[in-house]
Design a binder for this molecule. Sequence first.
Ligand SMILES: [Zn+2]
Ligand SMILES: [Zn+2]
Length: 277
Amino acid sequence: MPAFICVTCGTQFSPTEAPPSLCPICTDDRQFVGWEGQAWTTLEKLRATHKLRFEDEDEDVTGIGIEPHFGIGQRALLVRTPDGNVLWDCVALVGEEAMHRIEAQGGLKAIAISHPHYYTVMAEWSDAFGGIPIFLHEDDRKWVTREHRTIAYWKGDSHEIAPDLTLIRCGGHFPGATVMHCSRGAKGNGVVFAGDVIAVNLDRTSVSFMHSFPNYIPLDARAVRRIHKVMAPYRFEKIFGAFSRRNVMADGRAVFDRSIARYLKAIGASPSSSRSR
Ligand SMILES: [Zn+2]
Ligand SMILES: [Zn+2]
């Protein structure tokens, strides 16, 4: 039975005879159904028409995207650490070439994904590397369309997956929306892998926050203040966004703090909750 993949968002479903009737990721108000209606493909078909694109984005960080454009268009990141490599976020394609390229760089130890828009074919990636764990936040479990034995759900606001790698639940975009902090990154000054939970803007010197990007639904002040609070203990110089080279490469902490203040001002809220609304 084929494991169908939604063409608009790239999410793979558990194998079924016939395609699912709809994609819950795309009918949710954060996403949209393709203008020609719900369409499906499979990993096999995608392998014939698309390929993975590898692009170094920093010393120990390689972007892995799909070309030509497919689904939402995000790229995953291969993050190399002394304790092993982690795939941050995911894309809807994996095959022999990717396996060989990544094995040549030390393989993969785990997968961690920021939120359901990037779950894509995570089960295939896990299996391709011998059944490595996929770290997902428990609060987004209802969005998993292909349950897999290697999914490791975690709870709470933070979870260390390696000595210098911490998953942090920011919430906002999704209840379990997660970023990954690497304390050893940027020569010990810290790095945040942000998905679109903390979205790096096109100027690459500011970030923003949305419930829905395609439908332009902003987050409320409470959600943004919460993100600010949960990130307070962490130092970081760089912020890696969700798309190819959409990264803040300097002063990440100041960029983040400044962007929070700008956002709250733009929606007519004050920076501290006591004086708001
Ligand atoms: Zn979809
Ligand atoms: Zn998203």
